[in-house]
Ligand binder design. Structure first.
Ligand SMILES: NC(=O)C1=CN([C@@H]2O[C@H](COP(=O)(O)OP(=O)(O)OC[C@H]3O[C@@H](n4cnc5c(N)ncnc54)[C@H](O)[C@@H]3O)[C@@H](O)[C@H]2O)C=CC1
Ligand SMILES: O=C(O)/C=C/C=C(\O)C(=O)O
Length: 486
């Protein structure tokens, strides 16, 4: 079988990238396109041996990369960004074919963001410093020392964007990386390995291993030479990873699921509120930050619902390569079954579908809005990760906050209100890593990103990323360089 497949005219290597060379495995796993279910090819099926080889390569490359000057690391990261921009169209086409998200989004938003991830963390590295301060005449100097090999495990909903949002700060920090992309969307990580090598990243600094999480994951996350693990994905997998990392107390950054609320107050601009709500179907609902619980103040609930259904019904669902498409397929038949399971169980227990509520031909799910849902029901409490929203009403601010906070998650929350004082009051009471007021998904890499409760552990972004990927050190120097016990 060939080691390369051609996807949308782009040649992609299906093997691992370890220590600066391509490495095959005895077995492969099939990679399907969600667009039509076609098998794109067989991908190297890594296990403990490949995990061991990749961590060994990352460990061997670490001293050299850690000793590389900040300026040179930043230069190479910018060269990787150049490579991403040069191959932007190829990356967009391959990603859409592999995970089914919209080609127009990949072209205009996602892949430019991939390049930006590298540029941002390269530039942030160059200005990263803490002002020295004095203690009884002694100088305190804080430094961010490279930590070592990092294992980065990433999901399929925004594969290259979420991978590079970890890879870029880890490399900038002077760490070496073993990246394990999701088995449902393995291809762009392989292209990234090519781009990084072409940009001059030394062998072993970035390694990419492919495979099923259950087969290769534990060998990566329990490895004694791994100094950091960053994971984006589901809560059950995060718990397995945390248990495995406990063997060596390896520090973890976890970005997990959500069941975020959109609170619509009666004083809101209702058209804006409807736009924000309909936006939650983006990426066929496969977005961790999605505000999947619409909480609407009673006096405007009926009108909101009418306008929402009208607008959402006009969304065009279909081939994600078509410029006019708004909603593409869901990632995998198993994900589709999971989505439909949630919806059918909700309907069976009394929910009402005012929109959708069923599968469509192929790997598509009708945008769905469920009402008459109980706060403690599965559909309100569990992450569906599909184009499924629920709508509940509230009678006052206290009830809105109570409903908003009443899940085990705390990733994000969105408010629609025309009253700035209310926005401030309510925001102060919400449990969420990010709160958007009269907007959604406005993201700046300078900001801390992550979730509270079971939506995650830790924050990444700006200096928070360097805090995670580095060993922070404070050096205290005596006055005139001599010891002073003072
Ligand atoms: N927060 C987010 O952005 C995401 C949330 N999810 C949630 O998770 C649900 C299930 O999706 P899955 O693909 O099953 O997510 P998952 O959490 O199992 O997969 C994410 C990544 O973890 C890896 N993985 C799986 N088991 C592992 C293990 N034992 N050790 C190390 N790595 C392992 C996978 O190979 C993949 O790369 C979705 O329906 C959604 O609710 C899924 C993807 C992203
Ligand atoms: O913008 C970011 O940095 C993070 C975005 C997260 C997602 O798209 C997701 O996990 O769904």
């Amino acid at each position: 079988m060939s080691d390369k497949i051609v996807v949308g005219g782009v040649s992609v290597d299906t093997r691992h990238w370890i220590g600066g060379r391509r490495v095959a495995s005895p077995g492969t796993f099939p990679d399907h396109s969600p667009i039509d279910g076609a098998v794109l090819g067989g991908i190297a099926r890594g296990g403990p041996a490949e995990a061991e080889a990749a961590v060994a390569a990352a460990k061997a490359a670490f001293p050299g990369w850690a000793a590389t000057s900040r300026a040179e690391r930043a230069r190479i990261l910018h060269a990787i960004a150049d490579g991403v921009e040069k191959r932007l169209e190829e990356l967009a086409v391959v990603e859409t074919t592999d995970n089914g998200a919209l080609l127009r989004s990949h072209r205009r938003g996602v892949m430019p963001r991939v390049a930006h991830n590298f540029r941002f963390f390269a530039d942030w590295l160059l200005q990263l410093e803490h002002e020295d301060f004095e203690t009884r005449g002694h100088t305190n100097h804080v430094s961010w020392d490279p930590a070592g090999p990092c294992v980065l495990i990433t999901p399929w909903n925004a594969p290259l964007m979420l991978a590079t949002w970890k890879v870029a700060p880890a490399l900038a920090a002077g760490d070496t990386v073993v990246l394990k992309p999701a088995e449902w969307s393995p291809l762009t990580a392989s292209l990234l390995a090519d781009i990084a090598a072409e940009a001059g990243l030394p062998a072993g600094v970035l390694n990419v291993v492919q495979g099923y999480g259950a087969e290769i994951g534990d060998a990566l996350t329990s490895h004694p030479d791994v100094r950091r693990i960053s994971f984006t994905g589901s809560v059950p997998t995060a718990k397995r990873i945390a248990a495995s990392a406990a063997a060596h107390l390896t520090p973890l950054s976890l970005e997990l699921g959500g069941k975020s609320p959109l609170l619509v107050f009666a004083d809101a601009d209702l058209d804006l509120a409807v736009d924000l709500a309909v936006e939650q179907y983006d990426n066929a609902g496969q977005v961790c930050l999605a505000a999947t619980r619409l909480l609407v103040e009673e006096p405007v609930a009926e009108e909101f619902t009418r306008r929402f259904v009208e607008k959402a019904s006009a969304l065009k669902q279909g081939d994600p390569r078509d410029e006019a498409t708004d909603i593409g397929p869901n990632i995998h038949p198993r994900q589709l079954e999971k989505i439909d399971g949630f919806v059918q169980r909700a309907l069976a227990s009394g929910a009402r579908a005012v929109l959708g509520g069923h599968r469509l031909d192929g790997q598509y799910y009708a945008p769905t809005l469920l009402t008459d849902v109980a706060q403690d029901s599965e559909i309100v409490q569990e992450e569906v990760f599909g184009p499924v929203l629920t709508l509940q009403t509230f009678s006052d601010e206290d009830e809105a906050v109570r409903l908003a906070n009443d899940t085990r998650f705390g990733l994000a929350a969105t408010l629609a209100t025309g009253d700035p004082a209310r926005a401030e009051r309510v925001t102060g009471q919400l449990v969420a890593g990010t709160v958007w007021v009269n907007c959604f998904f406005v993201r700046d890499l300078q900001a801390p990103f992550g979730g509270s409760r079971q939506s995650g552990v830790g924050r990444e972004g700006g200096t928070w990323s360097f805090d995670f990927y580095c060993d922070l050190k404070n050096t205290v120097t005596a006055p005139n360089g001599w010891n002073n016990h003072g």
